[in-house]
Ligand binder design. Structure first.
Ligand SMILES: Cc1ncc(COP(=O)(O)O)c(C=O)c1O
Length: 426
């Protein structure tokens, strides 16, 4: 029997009514705008959002599938989107030290950037190391699950190596695990669970000895860590300027503050793009060639990112980075003052993972959730996690006050938290 028709309306509903329904339903969402959710949303302030959303709206119907050489040579499609893409990649390469001859591709997010880099590595190995029968990725355990997703899609093996005591990739252990079938090695800048940047230069040197594609996952750090370093913090080098780095994924919809969905995958040599570009010539409509996983892509996210980058400029990104680092200092200072908290590793930017000694961190997490904070929980070891961005400057006082109250109550009662499974997505 067919499903009864209760959701799809027989006649259209006026926009005013729909708008109200949407406003009502979002009341159940986490309060990211009030700074009560330190994950998943990356925002500078209302003014930057207004400008980038307006730019997004201007181009949201245009389709980036019809851009690039087609728009330039045949005058079909969108020269506007071609310019946005070229300039976004140029700006990205300037920020992330692309050498002469470097290039890149815009994607819909960190996962797609990683999917393309892994595909590139697989195809490169097929051509240059045809003896490899069981292509394998060699990762620190802290690398993002998107690498396993890529391996699942492309039928690759994966070896994950436990991180060191400082939460960074263990270079010696990774080198020891390097088998002849490895087609890609990876380091993160930073890894999401602990917010620390892996020893990229050392890992890249290990990969270079065997001519292995080395990818830096800077999806989180790509557009903030360079500015944090410029402020004077000791952020290690991790980008295309490091010898042995072949590709870098860096998300504009995270600390680039652009509206979703947009990321970049940058290549030390623009020619490497050929290894992940799909071409099909036998279709009655003509030749089809895409360097992305998807086909049609909105021009909105390109216009949104281009505008955000130009509107903020280096000055704006530096200011945002300073706000984040000052907010982080308020948090670290509070953890120190309250005592009993343990920050995992030495976080390089605004991602902080902290556990506790002598009381249960998940009880603190429950208490904070009861006070209306959207709490991210880490595991192995148990912890709480925040990904700070500029919007949290306005909520940090209230966060540390609540943290102080909740921690006091947890200490007094000795209560244990719900052993709620840490969930990152889904
Ligand atoms: C280090 C890292 N890499 C990749 C990704 C995947 O990014 P996306 O969710 O945009 O696909 C994330 C997402 O948080 C991440 O933290």
């Amino acid at each position: 029997m067919a499903k009864s028709n209760t959701v799809f309306p027989k006649t259209g509903i006026p926009w005013k009514e729909l708008h109200k329904a949407m406003d009502d339903v979002r009341k159940g969402d986490s309060d990211w705008h009030g700074g009560r959710m330190a994950m998943s949303t990356y925002v500078v302030d209302d003014e930057v959002s207004r400008v980038s959303h307006e730019a997004y709206g201007m181009f949201l119907t245009e389709n980036a599938l019809y851009s690039g050489e087609m728009a330039k040579k045949r005058k079909v499609g969108f020269i506007s989107l071609t310019l946005f893409q070229e300039e976004i990649i140029e700006m990205a390469l300037e920020i992330l030290n692309g050498p002469e001859g470097s290039g890149g591709q815009i994607t819909t997010g960190g996962t797609e950037s990683i999917l393309l880099a892994v595909l590139g590595a697989r195809e490169w190995a097929r051509k240059h190391k045809p003896h490899i029968r069981t292509p394998r990725l060699l990762l620190p355990r802290t690398a993002h699950p998107a690498f396993n997703k890529a391996a699942h899609f492309y039928n690759l093996e994966v070896t994950r190596i436990p991180q060191g005591a400082d939460c960074r990739a263990d270079v010696a252990a990774m080198e020891a695990a390097l088998t002849d079938d490895v087609i890609m090695m990876v380091g993160s800048a930073p890894c999401y669970p602990f917010g620390v940047i892996d020893p990229i230069a050392e890992l890249a040197a290990v990969a270079a000895k065997r001519d292995i594609w080395f990818h830096v996952d800077a999806c989180v750090g790509g557009y903030v860590a360079p500015f944090v370093r410029k402020l004077g913090y000791p952020v290690p080098e991790f980008d295309l300027g490091v010898p042995g780095v072949w590709s870098v994924s860096a998300d504009l919809h995270k600390y680039g503050y652009a509206p979703k969905n947009i990321s970049t995958v940058l290549l030390r040599d623009a020619g490497l793009k050929d290894y992940f570009t799909f071409r099909f010539e036998e279709w009655p409509y003509g030749s089809y060639s895409t360097p992305t996983i998807g086909g049609s892509r909105t021009g909105g996210s390109l216009a949104g990112a281009w505008t955000t980058m130009k509107y903020l400029g280096e000055e704006g990104y530096l200011k945002a980075a300073k706000t984040i680092m000052d907010t982080r200092q308020r948090l670290l200072g509070t953890l120190d003052r309250l005592g009993g908290f343990e920050v995992r590793g030495k976080p390089d930017i605004g991602l902080v993972n902290f556990g506790a000694q002598g009381f249960d961190i998940y009880a603190v997490a429950d208490g904070m959730a009861a006070k209306g904070w959207a709490v991210a929980r880490g595991r192995d070891p148990n912890g709480m996690h925040v990904a700070l961005n500029p919007i949290h400057a306005k909520s940090i006082d209230s966060y540390v006050n609540d943290l102080s109250d909740v921690t006091g109550a947890v200490r007094k009662s000795g209560i244990r938290g719900k052993d709620e499974k840490a969930v990152y997505a889904g």
